[in-house]
Structures are given as structure tokens and as C-alpha cells.
Ligand binder design. Structure first.
Ligand code: FAD
Length: 432
């Protein structure tokens, strides 16, 4: 008999909570990764995220191989894969780390039922966040919907227990060693083309960057943030390790990691916010939804340099600086009066670090319809934002090559009128 450890958003061995739990169990542990057909089918054939996952699954497999262990890599629908595995092996338990997205919860429920029928236990662990689901609640037992009191409670609960690393290394002898080494399917077998070699950011951050984080985090032309979002997304870094580092170095950085937990918690308790405004009255907004203006925004041709630079950075690299994400999202929803869901979907397609909880949270925040969002009458002025955060136009010039020339587009909307129109439209929605 073996137990299976199923890697998902945790493409690493070290400090892996679920793997640790599995290794402490009584049966040898067989690691598994599934390229989920149902998810991959919906993606474009060239996708940086698939390339990222593919690279890290390969690394993970090599790491296991060095220990004399095979990582089983399957391509298919997870339910079918488990049916196949159960025919081949006697499995006692399947361990995994919990995922809080609505579709993942649904998938896991189906897997739980399938395994239960066969007498196999399905055991989850908390690995992706510091505090999950209802670990940080208000005094009345309800979830927080405002960040500041949530973060206060979060910090008051934090102690070394929650950030201490799981000593997986000590129990590696409990892996299922000696099996046959299987091959990993090629990217083309998964239906994808290789993307030109891209350099993904490193999965660690220097103390020196974090020490100055509070001063540099808003300046898109400098490397003032960690660039760890893709690693946090796919678990190629441990959140516990990072929180321990943040706690001793920079509180402002720690706060951002708490935002991450906050949005995961919100999505868990309010899964409807994937498509509905957190504050339902904002679903009454009459959007313009002009397709031509949307296309100009997507292409970075709005005539507002900071917006355009951000969209081009996104299109070219799959990344956009946080300050610029706020400005571009505000511009789309307020200046162009285009439904935040259009922007959310576009970011979801393009962002290497796309994370449903953070993306929906960020978009609803910018569109003023989320929990603890910017008030609707606060409309970012994209020109003032440019003056403040890219005064020398270093970031803009990097991404908008024709900036300052005749060929650079004229503004597609006028700031003052757009702002007044947005406030009016939001007011109408609020007044029913
Ligand atoms: P750092 O500033 O170094 O922060 C460290 C980590 O904290 C990040 O890697 C991230 O995991 C977390 N974090 C930071 N800010 C936030 C935040 N506001 N909400 C949640 N977590 C945060 N982040 C994503 O990871 N995926 C997304 O799909 C995403 N979509 C966004 C959409 C909009 C409209 C906005 C305004 C923000 C979005 N963010 C998203 C949050 C933020 O912009 C990115 O996490 C950040 O820019 C990533 O760069 P970094 O790793 O250098 O961040």
C-alpha cells in the first residue's frame, strides 16, 4: 500500500505542509502531479503560465529523482487520473494542500466522493496561506470585510507556530522509492507550443530590497518590489518562509502578504464575487462597454502614457507593477465606464501571476464595488499619477517607444468630463 501526495499550487518539496503530513503517515508516499486537461483546454496554445508550471514540474521531478523517487506526472481530468491510479495501485490515502477557489473546491469535492467510494481517504492541509477560511474572524464570528481590522487581528494571532517551517527533509526516507522512472509528457503532447526562453523572476527576494520596500514599492521604473507573485501563486516559495522574512524586515511588505490572505479568505466566504459585485448596488451601474475603447485600452493606445505603459508591459511580459495595475483598472472602469469584469478577464488571460482571489479583489477595489474598496468618487487622475510615480518618464519610455512623437495617440477621453460622468453614473446606481 502507498499513500499519494498530490502537488497542485505547491510545486516544491521544502516546507510543504501537505507533503510533511503525508510523510508522517504510515505508508510510503508516492508524489503526483496532474496537468489538468479541463483547465489547459481553455488556454491559448502559447501560455507563459503553462511554460512556468512545466519548467517547475520538471525541476520537481528531477529533485525527486535525485532521491531515488519518481514523480508521477499525468495529463487528464483529475477524476479519470485517480480512477486509473486506483486500478494500478493499492492506495490508502491521498494527501494534498487545500485550494480555496470555487472551481477547485468543486473539483476536490468530486475527488473526495470518488475516493470515498473506493475506501480511500482524502486529506487536506493548509499550506497556501498563513490563516485560512475562518481562522481570523470578527468577535461576532463573522468574516471580516474590511482590511485594517482584519490585518490587526491577523497580526495579533501570528506567532512562531504559524511560520515555522515543516521539516520535510527529516522524513524523505518515507517516500515511495525504487519505483520505475516514468517520462513527463512533452509540452506539445499537452497541446502547447514552447514559448521563447523567458527569464522568470527568482524565487527569493534579497533583504536589501525589502528594507527599502516602503519607499520604492510605488515606483514602477525601479525594482522596488519582490516580484514573487508568480512563485506565491504556484507555491514555488513557501509563504511561511516569506512571512518570517517580512516580519523581521519590513512591516509594509508584511501588510501586502496579509492582503493576499485577506483576498483568499474573502473568496472562500463570498465565492459569488467572482462574477458579482461584493456590494450588490454596484451591479446596477450602467456601463458604456464600448468595444473600440476597450481594444485601445488592451493595446495600450489610450493616449495616457502611464496607462499605456502598463498595458504594454502586461502584453509583453505577463507582469504589471501594482501601482500601474491600480491606475489601468481605475481608468478602464471609471474613465471608460467599462465593466470591471472585462478588465478582470483580460488580466486573467495575460498575468503570469494570475490569481483569482487577488485579481477579483484588485479589480473590485479599483471599480469601487468590492469589500473595503476605494470610495467611488475617488477617481485616479492618470496624469497626476504619472507625475508622482514616474516623474522622469523612465517607465513610460521603456514600454511606449513612440512616446513624445507624432505617432503617439491623443487621449481617447478627456479626464475632467470622464471623471464627472463616472461619478454621476455611480451615484445613479447607488440611488437605485
Ligand atoms: P510585492 O509588492 O513584492 O508583494 C509581495 C506579494 O504580496 C505579492 O507577490 C502578492 O502575492 C502579495 N500581494 C501584494 N499586493 C497584493 C494585493 N493587493 N492583493 C493580494 N496580494 C497582494 N496579484 C496577484 O498575485 N495576482 C493577480 O492576479 C493580481 N491581480 C491584480 C489586479 C489588480 C487590478 C490589482 C490592483 C492588483 C492585483 N494583484 C494581483 C496584486 C498586486 O498587484 C500583485 O500581487 C503585485 O503587483 C505583484 O508584484 P510583486 O510580487 O513584486 O509584489
Amino acid at each position: 500500500k502507498v499513500s499519494v501526495f498530490w502537488h497542485r499550487r505547491d510545486l516544491r518539496l521544502s516546507d510543504n505542509a501537505g507533503l510533511f503530513k503525508a510523510l508522517k503517515g504510515s505508508d510510503p508516499v508516492q508524489p503526483l502531479f496532474i496537468f489538468d486537461k479541463t483547465i489547459l483546454e481553455k488556454l491559448p496554445k502559447k501560455d507563459l503560465r503553462v511554460q512556468f508550471i512545466y519548467d517547475y514540474v520538471q525541476k520537481l521531478k528531477e529533485e525527486y529523482n535525485r532521491l531515488g523517487v519518481d514523480l508521477w506526472v499525468y495529463f487528464g481530468n483529475p477524476e479519470d487520473v485517480f480512477r486509473e491510479i486506483l486500478l494500478l495501485e493499492k492506495v490508502s490515502t491521498v494527501y494534498t494542500n487545500r485550494d480555496y477557489e470555487p472551481s477547485a473546491l468543486e473539483r476536490d469535492k468530486a475527488i473526495y466522493e470518488l475516493l470515498k467510494e473506493q475506501g480511500v481517504a482524502f486529506v487536506g492541509a493548509k499550506d497556501h496561506v498563513i490563516f485560512e477560511k475562518d481562522e481570523v474572524l470578527k468577535e461576532d464570528g463573522l468574516p471580516y470585510t474590511v482590511f485594517t481590522p482584519y490585518s490587526r487581528k491577523w497580526k495579533s494571532k501570528l506567532n512562531t507556530f504559524y511560520i515555522k517551517s515543516y521539516p520535510v527533509e527529516k522524513y524523505l526516507k518515507n517516500l515511495n522509492s525504487g519505483g520505475e522512472q516514468t517520462k513527463i509528457p512533452g509540452l506539445s503532447e499537452l497541446g502547447f507550443e514552447e514559448t521563447p526562453t523567458v527569464e522568470f523572476p527568482a524565487n527569493c527576494v534579497e533583504d536589501a530590497i525589502l528594507e527599502k520596500y516602503h519607499e520604492t514599492r510605488d515606483i514602477p521604473s525601479v525594482k522596488g518590489t519582490s516580484r514573487l507573485s508568480v512563485h506565491l501563486r504556484f507555491g514555488t516559495i513557501s509563504i511561511r518562509k516569506l512571512v518570517a522574512q517580512a516580519e523581521t524586515i519590513n512591516e509594509s511588505f508584511l501588510n501586502e502578504l496579509i492582503w493576499r490572505d485577506f483576498y483568499q479568505m474573502i473568496l472562500f466566504h463570498f465565492p459569488q464575487t467572482v462574477s458579482d459585485a461584493f456590494k450588490p448596488q454596484y451591479d446596477r451601474i450602467e456601463w458604456e462597454n464600448d468595444e473600440k475603447l476597450f481594444a485601445a485600452w488592451c493595446e495600450g493606445k489610450t493616449g495616457y502614457p502611464l496607462v499605456d505603459a502598463g498595458m504594454r508591459e502586461l502584453n509583453e511580459t505577463g507582469y504589471m507593477h501594482n501601482r500601474v495595475r491600480m491606475v489601468t483598472a481605475s481608468f478602464l472602469t471609471k474613465h471608460l465606464l467599462i465593466d470591471w469584469r472585462w478588465g478582470e478577464r483580460y488580466f486573467a488571460e495575460k498575468l503570469l501571476d494570475f490569481d483569482l482571489a487577488a485579481n477579483v479583489g484588485g479589480w473590485q477595489w479599483a471599480a469601487s464595488c468590492g469589500c473595503d474598496a476605494a470610495p467611488y468618487f475617488r477617481v485616479f487622475n492618470p496624469t497626476l499619477q504619472l507625475e508622482k510615480f514616474d516623474p522622469d518618464r523612465i517607465y513610460v519610455r521603456k514600454w511606449v517607444k513612440e512616446f513624445g512623437s507624432q505617432t503617439y495617440p491623443k487621449p481617447i477621453v478627456e479626464h475632467k468630463t470622464a471623471r464627472e460622468r463616472a461619478i454621476e453614473r455611480y451615484k445613479q446606481a447607488l440611488n437605485g
